[in-house]
Design a protein around this ligand. Structure first.
Ligand code: ADP
Ligand code: MG
Length: 399
């Protein structure tokens, strides 16, 4: 699907004040950025604007402050330093967002300057999408650019507000994310294999429902698999299960069959006597899960089946780990699937990963650079894959 909104390439930014909403919601430990993925992801847009002679005014949220004013642990100051370090640009940190200090700092900028305002969520009106703060933020710019993909599903002041007052364009990250994640429903190279795991079927039902419309094969793993077992009339011991969702799971299986989407479920599992790092694990077939055991990972026969299906794919979308990968003992299924997915790109196919824990798993196994695209947005990527429109994107100018 072609991106249907105007992008920074369409904007006249020469000498203009360009207000850019980025997603610099990075993990901090003792004031140091521990994962700079999201900062790096915003650099192409920032560089483009700087090179096209714009005054680049960046804004973001970070974490969940109270919304009652400055809180040191949520300050973006160290992120400004990280951006300067990664780009070599002088980045002015402005210790204010909605007040005179911010307005004065913007007024003093020259073309090519880059500044980062303080956390937009230090004022609770941001999350309430208050028109006053949208107006204040818009007064800093001539043009608005949204590049905060990870927040584009939130109709909040700095995400959707400035578009009411300024011509609004997508940044390169936003464009690439939306393009990539919607491409799996448009005209994916086939076979298209979708892999969905994680803990709960209830949180993934929209994702499953939409993926079944497009995928040739749907691989199911993780805790959610056990609710599907119940839908097929099998017992699951003490495995994670959602009784209220058995019927919906059964409907998904029926829909897949009707659509010609092949569903693969685990044929064996690593089960444990309790949920813990020190649990005793053993492999059992899916129809022989003891009453007092819980499924923690997919088993070796399942891994072989899944790897074979994945290796034959031209397009793979993956969301949700295959087991409790946080415990090394139960990480094998997720790792093996990650390794199979990593071969797809090398073989000329496309592998797309979405979801916070799935990305963490891939990073844990050191496979990030072997994937075609790893989404920077957890919730936003899931909403796109569910087929929902993102309010931030909707607010931009149509191409
Ligand atoms: P994502 O963030 O990638 O969308 P989810 O949040 O849906 O993924 O699920 C990730 C979580 O699912 C992990 O914390 C993992 O431990 C858990 N999980 C996976 N398999 C099981 C299982 N068999 N039993 C319980 N929890 C599981
Ligand atoms: Mg998660």
């Amino acid at each position: 699907m072609a991106f249907t909104k105007k992008t920074v390439r369409d904007a006249d930014v020469d000498g203009k004040r360009v207000l850019v909403r980025v997603d610099f919601n990075v993990p901090l430990k003792d004031g140091v950025v521990t994962d700079d993925t999201r900062v790096r992801a915003a650099i192409p847009t920032i560089t483009y604007l700087k090179e096209h002679n714009a005054k680049v005014i960046l804004m973001s949220h970070l974490g969940r402050p109270d919304g009652t004013g400055y809180q040191e642990e949520f300050s973006l100051k160290s992120v400004a330093a990280k951006l300067a370090e990664l780009t070599g640009y002088a980045v002015t940190f402005v210790p204010d967002t909605y007040g005179q200090v911010a307005a004065d700092a913007v007024a003093a900028m020259q073309p090519g300057d880059v500044a980062l305002l303080e956390n937009v969520r230090f004022d609770k009106r941001e999350k309430k999408n208050d028109p006053e703060i949208a107006k204040t933020l818009a007064s800093y710019g001539d043009v608005f650019v949204l590049d905060a993909f990870g927040t584009a599903h939130r109709a909040q002041g700095s995400v959707v507000g400035p578009a009411q007052f300024l011509p609004a364009y997508a940044g390169f990250l936003l464009e690439k994310e939306v393009d990539t994640l919607t491409s799996i429903f448009a005209d994916p190279a086939r076979p298209f294999v979708a892999i969905v795991g994680g803990s709960k079927v209830s949180s993934k039902i929209g994702v499953l429902d939409h993926l079944i419309d497009s995928a040739d094969t749907l691989i199911i793993g993780g805790g959610m698999a056990y609710t599907f077992f119940l839908a097929r009339g099998c017992t699951v011991g003490t495995s994670l299960q959602e009784p209220d969702w058995i019927e919906r799971a059964g409907e998904m299986l029926k829909k897949a069959e009707a659509k010609g989407c092949k569903v693969l479920l685990p044929v064996d599992n690593v089960v444990a006597d309790h949920f813990g790092e020190d649990a005793t694990g053993e492999v059992v077939d899916s129809d022989k899960i003891p009453d007092d055991r819980m499924g923690m990972d997919v088993g070796p026969k399942t891994v072989a089946n899944y790897a074979e299906a994945i290796r034959g794919a031209k397009t793979v979308f993956w969301n949700g780990p295959m087991g409790v990968f946080e415990f090394d003992q139960f990480a094998k299924g997720t790792e093996a699937v990650a390794r199979a997915v990593a071969e797809v790109k090398a073989a000329g196919g496309t592998s797309i990963i979405g979801g916070g824990d799935s990305v963490a798993a891939i990073n844990k196994f050191g496979l990030a650079d072997k994937m075609s695209w790893i989404s920077t947005g957890g919730g936003a990527s899931m909403e796109l894959v569910e087929g929902k429109a993102l309010p931030g994107v909707e607010a931009l100018l149509d191409a």
